[in-house]
Design a protein around this ligand. Structure first.
Ligand code: SF4
Length: 293
């Protein structure tokens, strides 16, 4: 079957050819473990059960997880093994199953969730993606996903082209977020403050791009007010030296971060997550060594 799962619409048979995401049609996973570095209502005290899939339909030049997104580090596994992994994460105390960069494996993930639910999987399922999603593919997830956690990376199409080769990113992300919200609605929490259903839209500020960040924050608040959570991230870290993108060779300045936070406060955003202290360190990035796979 030809793959048109995401807006790249490669229309190729992934058992024989590589599309933009470079993924075959067999699941490939590089880590499945408890993760403490998500937002507090996702990681909680015990950790989020993150499953990191290899490959990515964006391949941003500054990617913080390049080893798996672009170099495809990981291990090929069956749909049945992924179902077992979900159950193992639940048994280890995970507050949720957190599918990281899952877009190109949506069909297999749904099959694994069907299998694992029959065997007792009951914790919330989090879809943690780059925001470059097709509405038709998202509709397949309607009965599977409890919490959507997309990025909204760029408002300016020139930035989207420059860093992610996706000149239509902004409109695609707006439509995707709208579909996600229509599925899950306003946020709901359990007695311990863990998110059971809802949306967290993440935005990582890039060096020199705080004006673009402000446009994203304004759009999200104008459209969804306080029905969604917005996570405003300062953790950008240059993972290598960029000859072609010299502006990316530094972390963001405190004043850039504060400019965006001040704007969010002026707008009256109540449901926001912010990063304090030295968030831009590599300790956020786990080891992609097939742990738990
Ligand atoms: S999921 Fe991969 S192969 Fe399929 S359309 Fe998207 S980038 Fe292309």
């Amino acid at each position: 079957m030809k793959c048109n799962l995401c807006p790249r619409k490669c229309n190729i048979d992934r058992s024989a050819y590589q599309g933009y995401c470079r993924s075959g049609d067999t699941l490939k996973v590089s880590r499945a473990a408890l993760h403490m570095w998500e937002e507090p209502c996702i990681s909680g005290r015990r950790g989020s059960g993150t499953v990191f899939f290899s490959g990515c339909n964006l391949s941003c030049v500054y990617c913080q997880n390049k080893e798996i997104s672009q170099e495809l580090r990981g291990k090929e596994i069956s749909v049945e093994r992924l179902a077992e992994i979900f159950l193992e994460l639940q048994a280890s105390g995970a507050h949720n199953v957190n599918l990281v960069t899952p877009t190109h494996y949506v069909d297999q993930i749904c099959k694994s969730l069907d299998i694992s639910r029959k065997s007792g999987l009951s914790i919330p399922i989090v879809y943690n993606c780059g925001g470059y999603e097709s509405v038709d593919t998202l509709k397949k997830l309607k009965d599977y996903i409890d919490v959507y956690m997309p990025d909204f990376k760029y408002f300016d199409d020139n930035l989207a082209m420059r860093y992610s080769n996706a000149p239509d990113y902004c409109n695609i992300a707006k439509e995707a977020i709208s579909e996600m919200f229509s599925q899950v609605g306003p946020a709901k929490f359990d007695a311990d403050g863990m998110m059971l259903r809802g949306m967290i839209v993440r935005h990582m500020i890039l060096p020199g791009s705080s004006r673009d960040s402000i446009k994203i924050i304004k759009y999200l608040h104008d459209t969804y007010e306080n029905d969604i959570f917005i996570s405003i991230m300062s953790q950008y870290t240059p993972m290598r030296h960029f000859d072609d993108f010299p502006e990316l060779n530094r972390r963001i300045y405190t004043k850039e971060y504060n400019r965006v936070l001040d704007y969010a406060e002026e707008l009256g955003i109540e449901n926001a997550f912010v990063q304090e202290g030295k968030a831009s360190v590599k300790s956020f990035i786990p080891k992609f060594d097939n742990t738990g796979v």
